[in-house]
Design a protein around this ligand. Structure first.
Ligand code: 13P
Ligand code: 13P
Ligand code: MG
Ligand code: MG
Length: 364
């Protein structure tokens, strides 16, 4: 059976500040999607949150980039924004960059990850969602999952994974894409994906079967809007088990926290902390950045779950390390490398301050 899994997300208002989602907003989203399920447009759905980002997880048989599904998501965000406005939540409608829907939510602000596939005998799905970071945050984890044998032993010992994976990488500044075959092209690929603010892994495919294995939301809200409007706070769908990494191989990269961009005003580097959904409440300096993972088994498109994967105690040490890394970074205050390099800052007073001081700069 061919099924499409769509994860479409937006920040429609924060509670309190940028730290959380309000239960009334989640309830409104649930109402909208329940109606769509009753009407037969959706096979199933699950509404959740990561910090201040509202997450719509939907299964259906309409295929990717479907106008009806995208309109459902857009209308849901608009209805949820009404609730957020009534409660005067912070930044109500933050990610809705347009006033009118025009066929597809891509480029309109919400983040989108969608994949269509033939449901396997056992279809294991992990959905990663992050807050206070950008889409490039998935680059290193996806590389480890699908190309690093120190993370994924299946690449070495599982005959159905031994031929490797193909990575589709997007250049979000030049709007170009390229596909790398691993393992033989990992050195070439790392030249690009090691610069995650510009080059982002969009999708991963099994090389022999050509089956889709992972897909991420790649966009830069600031590039779309041309100004600061919050971070992208990306999502990623990953199929697990069988010819793709086991669940434990999918989650393993997050046991060693890395630094990502997007903390405080979208302008700082900080550790990506794996947490349970209730713990996705970034409050320390609006962070540190969070990642949550929900797991499902699909049964005829029905979402059997969710399991809150990072609720597991085995991530306690990673959380502790992330808190220590957060201290280390905070020590730098307004200095790099905590503060992002000038060209990556989501907003800056540099032009005004430089203009004001123009006459006072003299030649060396
Ligand atoms: P299954 O053989 O049950 O798919 O599990 C593979 C495995 O060993 C995961 O670590
Ligand atoms: P969000 O992108 O999650 O709204 O966060 C904005 C921010 O930078 C808070 O400091
Ligand atoms: Mg916000
Ligand atoms: Mg957010």
């Amino acid at each position: 059976m061919s099924i499409t899994l769509s994860v479409i997300k937006a920040d429609v208002g924060g509670y309190v500040g940028h730290s959380e989602s309000h239960p009334d907003v989640l309830a409104k989203a649930g109402e909208c999607l329940a109606r769509a399920k009753k009407d037969g447009l959706l096979v199933d759905y699950h509404v959740t949150k990561c910090g201040d980002d509202l997450q719509l997880i939907m299964t259906h048989q309409q295929g990717e980039d479907n106008e009806k599904i995208h309109k459902l998501a857009w209308d849901t965000f608009v209805d949820c924004t009404q609730v957020a406005k009534k409660l005067k939540l912070h930044g109500a409608g933050q990610d809705l960059l347009s006033d009118a829907f025009s066929g597809n939510v891509r480029g309109m602000g919400p983040g989108v990850a969608e994949m269509e596939f033939e449901e396997r005998v056992a279809e294991t799905i992990i959905i990663l969602m992050a807050d206070k970071t950008s889409s490039g945050a998935w680059n290193m984890p996806l590389y480890k999952m699908f190309a690093d044998p120190f993370n994924t032993i299946g690449l070495v010992i599982a005959p159905n994974m031994h031929s490797g994976f193909a990575f589709e990488v997007h250049d979000v500044k030049e709007h170009k894409k390229i596909t790398f075959n691993t393992p033989e092209e990992i050195y070439d690929m790392l030249v690009f994906i090691g610069a995650p603010s510009r080059y982002m892994i969009k999708a991963v495919y099994h090389r022999e079967t050509k089956n889709i294995a992972a897909v991420s939301s790649t966009q830069r809200l600031s590039l779309i809007a041309g100004r600061y409007i919050g971070k992208d706070d990306p999502v990623c769908i990953i199929r697990a088990q069988g010819e793709v990494p086991a669940v434990g191989e999918v989650l393993e990269p997050f046991s060693s926290p890395i630094l990502v961009e997007g903390w405080m005003r979208g302008s700082h580097q900080g550790p990506l902390m794996p947490v349970s959904i209730p713990d996705s409440t970034p409050t320390r300096f609006d962070g540190p950045p969070r990642v949550v993972a929900v797991g499902f088994q699909l049964s005829g498109g029905m979402l059997i779950g969710p399991r809150d994967m990072f609720a597991d105690k085995s991530y306690d040490l990673a959380r502790h390390q992330a808190n220590e890394m957060a201290d280390l970074m905070r020590r730098h205050g307004p200095f790099e490398p905590h503060r992002l390099p000038l060209e990556e800052m989501e907003y800056t007073t540099m032009p005004e301050v430089a203009k004001k001081l123009e006459g006072r700069f003299t030649d060396l």
